[in-house]
Ligand binder design. Structure first.
Ligand SMILES: C[S@@+](CC[C@H](N)C(=O)[O-])C[C@H]1O[C@@H](n2cnc3c(N)ncnc32)[C@H](O)[C@@H]1O
Length: 118
């Protein structure tokens, strides 16, 4: 097991993490609001997930909160996530899920599972 502490949008990350069978992200991607950031994230994901591997992405949904902890977020639908991961990934399943914060606020998420097919 190897732990890497890094900016997930940094192009240098790809060579550091190498190939993975599973990319799992809950509530990180939506903080990447600059285009260069979410494109960098997608590039790293595409380089890291091996053919036959999977990516699970969970972000604030299109009808979700616009801010989190005082920070702006970029919200997604399953189609946007499919576009983000790009060619070579097939959408296996997506679902809406509303997480409730400990104090009760609803936080609508979209979850999407992708398989790398090529
Ligand atoms: C709301 S927390 C989610 C933590 C956990 N995944 C969960 O579901 O509870 C958001 C996390 O994204 C991390 N984060 C935000 N921008 C990042 C970036 N550019 N690179 C790596 N991590 C980042 C923050 O450090 C924080 O740990």
């Amino acid at each position: 097991m190897k732990f890497v502490v890094a900016d997930v949008a940094d192009p240098a990350l790809a060579s550091e993490i190498g190939e993975v069978a599973l990319w799992h992200d809950r509530a990180v991607l939506h903080f990447l609001t600059e285009e260069s950031q979410w494109r960098g994230y997608a590039e790293n994901l595409r380089k890291a997930v091996r053919v036959g591997g999977h990516a699970i992405l969970a972000t604030f949904a299109l009808d979700g909160a616009e801010m989190c902890n005082g920070l702006p977020v970029r919200r997604y639908g399953a189609e946007m996530l499919t576009e983000l991961v790009g060619e070579g990934f097939e959408l296996v399943r997506s679902m809406d899920y509303t997480y409730h914060q400990p104090w009760g606020d609803p936080r609508p998420y979209v979850y999407a599972l992708f398989r790398r097919v090529g």
